[in-house]
Design a protein around this ligand. Structure first.
Ligand SMILES: [Cu+2]
Length: 228
């Protein structure tokens, strides 16, 4: 079943993408079953207790044990399922947003009206030094390596979204977010802004370019060629 529905999503290109999709489908099925159950109950009640000659409406206070049971039992089941979803979600949340691993590459991503600035620290691995290189909208990373993203915004709320990686994070002015991912397949993927940020919001489209080790090194050498 998951395989069938998975075709609605872009192909996963990260180590943790499968866990995000698993959470998505779990919540989808749990809420889907409850949606159908409640709709069926409503339709049943509409037909069973419809207006008919000789049937008087009764007033229910919901105070008898039986009535209270009917209210509390579903609440309890929903609550248990809710905690179950929370528990499963926290694990994935910690892995992706809290426990940031050591990374081979670090890039500062700055959202602004209306593009993404990808700033590389250069050979000295320090930001805000003369060897920094900033590229608009294209994010180059090596395949199968941990990449650390420092996310900022210059003006308004943006949302850095890598659909194939299954990573999405709001960029709030004045805050810096540390994110990470590890892409598992070389190729070009989409970057989008997932927060309506002004009239040019739709133009905040970028490319995540995942390169093999060799190609990535070539790209690095190209960017930081010794001058002279
Ligand atoms: Cu934006």
């Amino acid at each position: 079943m998951d395989q069938y529905f998975a075709s609605f999503f872009p192909k996963i290109n990260s180590t943790y993408g499968g866990e995000i999709d698993h959470l998505f489908w779990m919540i989808y099925y749990i809420t889907g079953v409850w949606f159908i159950a409640t709709e069926l109950a409503i339709v049943y009640a509409l037909i069973r207790y419809r207006k008919r000659p000789g049937h008087k409406a009764t007033y229910t206070t919901g105070e008898t044990r039986r009535e209270i049971g009917w209210l509390l039992a579903p609440v309890l089941v929903v609550l248990v399922l809710d905690f179950y979803i929370d528990e499963a979600g926290v694990e994935v949340w910690n892995k992706i947003k809290i426990d940031i691993p050591e990374a081979a590459v670090q890039v500062k991503v700055t959202g602004k009206q209306f593009n993404w600035e990808m700033t590389y620290p250069g050979p000295d691995a320090q930001f805000d030094t003369p060897d920094d290189v900033t590229i608009d909208n294209d994010l180059y990373v090596p395949v199968n390596k941990n990449v650390r993203i420092l996310l900022e915004s210059k003006d308004v709320l943006h949302s850095f979204f890598l659909p194939t990686v299954r990573l999405k994070q709001d960029a709030v002015p004045g805050r810096r977010y540390t994110l990470w991912f590890n892409a598992t397949e070389a190729g070009t993927n989409e970057i989008a802004c997932a927060e309506l940020c002004g009239f040019g919001h739709y133009t905040m489209r970028g490319r995540l370019i995942v390169k093999s080790d060799e190609d990535y090194q070539k790209w690095v050498d190209e960017q930081w060629k010794p001058k002279g």
